[in-house]
Design a protein around this ligand. Structure first.
Ligand code: NI
Length: 179
């Protein structure tokens, strides 16, 4: 079967609140996670949320060993996170650059909590609880925003810090842009 494509900003369903998953360890959830993994791999992303492939359920996956899209970031363990909840552990937010498969070719500087606790479940219904910071925390906040219909440009505070990857890349990552 062909790998699904990612819905892009402007698609109305990306702005909707997604529904809680009520059944774990079932074919529907397993199939969704297979689709998400396939798309994430094809697109070379570090995380993806179910609404991005047209399924408005509260499921995200994320994690990477090394990423071409975020070359300076440390690995994050591959995680399936269902019905996530985030608790900020810092008051202040830190700004850093983000991209999104639904906003292709662009990067923007987004304020996020520096440290969070997140809870949720894996596809078997086993509870996950982690305390994380920096890029891991940023990524989880970004992916979970998708479940509430929020894309990162809506979180930006200065639209001057928004631009094309092809233009910004060398400044952000110190290596030539390869496309
Ligand atoms: Ni995204």
């Amino acid at each position: 079967m062909a790998v699904l494509s990612v819905l892009k900003m402007g698609t109305p369903s990306l702005s909707e609140r997604s529904l809680e998953v009520t059944e774990f360890a079932c074919a529907k959830l397993y199939d969704l996670i297979i689709d998400l993994k396939d798309v994430l791999k094809k697109e070379g992303g570090v995380g993806i949320a179910a609404p991005q492939i047209g399924v408005n359920l509260r499921v995200v996956i994320f994690g990477f060993e090394s990423s071409v899209r975020y070359p300076n970031e440390k690995p994050v363990p591959f995680t399936v996170l269902v019905n996530p909840l985030i608790t900020p552990l810092t008051e202040e937010k830190v700004e850093d650059w983000e991209g999104c498969l639904s906003v292709p070719g662009l990067r923007g500087k987004v304020p996020r909590y520096q440290k969070i606790r997140y809870t949720g479940f894996n596809e078997e219904g086993e509870r996950i609880e982690r305390t994380v910071d920096n890029f891991h925390a940023r990524m989880v906040q970004h992916e979970c925003d998708h479940l509430d219909g929020v894309l990162y440009p809506e979180r930006m505070t200065n639209m001057r810090d928004f631009g094309f990857e092809s233009v910004l890349w060398e400044k952000l990552y110190g290596t030539p842009y390869k496309g």
